[in-house]
Design a protein around this ligand. Sequence first.
Ligand SMILES: [Ca+2]
Ligand SMILES: [Ca+2]
Length: 169
Amino acid sequence: MWFLYTAGHGVWIFSICPLKTRKLRFLLPSRLVMKLGAILVIVTFLLTRIRHGLAACTSGSIRLVGGTSTSEGRVEVCSSAGAWGTVCDDYWDNTDASVACRQLGYESGTAFGSAYFGQGTGSIVMDNVHCTGTESTLISCTHSTNHNCNHAEDAGVRCIGKNMTKINY
Ligand SMILES: [Ca+2]
Ligand SMILES: [Ca+2]
C-alpha cells in the first residue's frame, strides 16, 4: 500500500503494510515535532548570540574611550569574563600609562585620573596598578582585582608617538 504525505518542505512517499501502520506513523515528522524542531533551532541561535554578546572582547585587550582623538581616552580593559571594564586611578602614573600606550602601539603616554575622559560603566577590572615599565600589556602589570574605587576614579591616558603597529592581542 502506498501513502503520500505532505510535510512542510516536501512530499514523503512511502509504502507500508497494514501491520506496521502504527509504527510508521509514529516515525513521521508531525506538525508538533516540526514546531519543536524550529523552536530548538531558534533557541540555539539566540543562546549562541547571547554567549558571543557577553564575550564582547578578548581578555587583556585594552581600548581608549571618550578622548578627543584616538590616541587618548579612558583606559578600558577586557576582563577575564570577556567584558569591558575600567582601571582605577589609585597609583596610576606615567609608567603605567606608557605601558597602556605601548600595548596600543604608541611610544609612551601621560596618566590622567579622576575620570578625566568621563566615567565608564561596568566593572573596575584593575586597581593599584604598578607597572615597572617593561611589561608589554597592562594586564601583566602588578595590580589588584579587588578595588576600593568608583567610576569617578577611572584612569585615562594621552599617548604620544607614532601608532605604527597596533599590538592589542
Ligand atoms: Ca585602590
Ligand atoms: Ca602605578
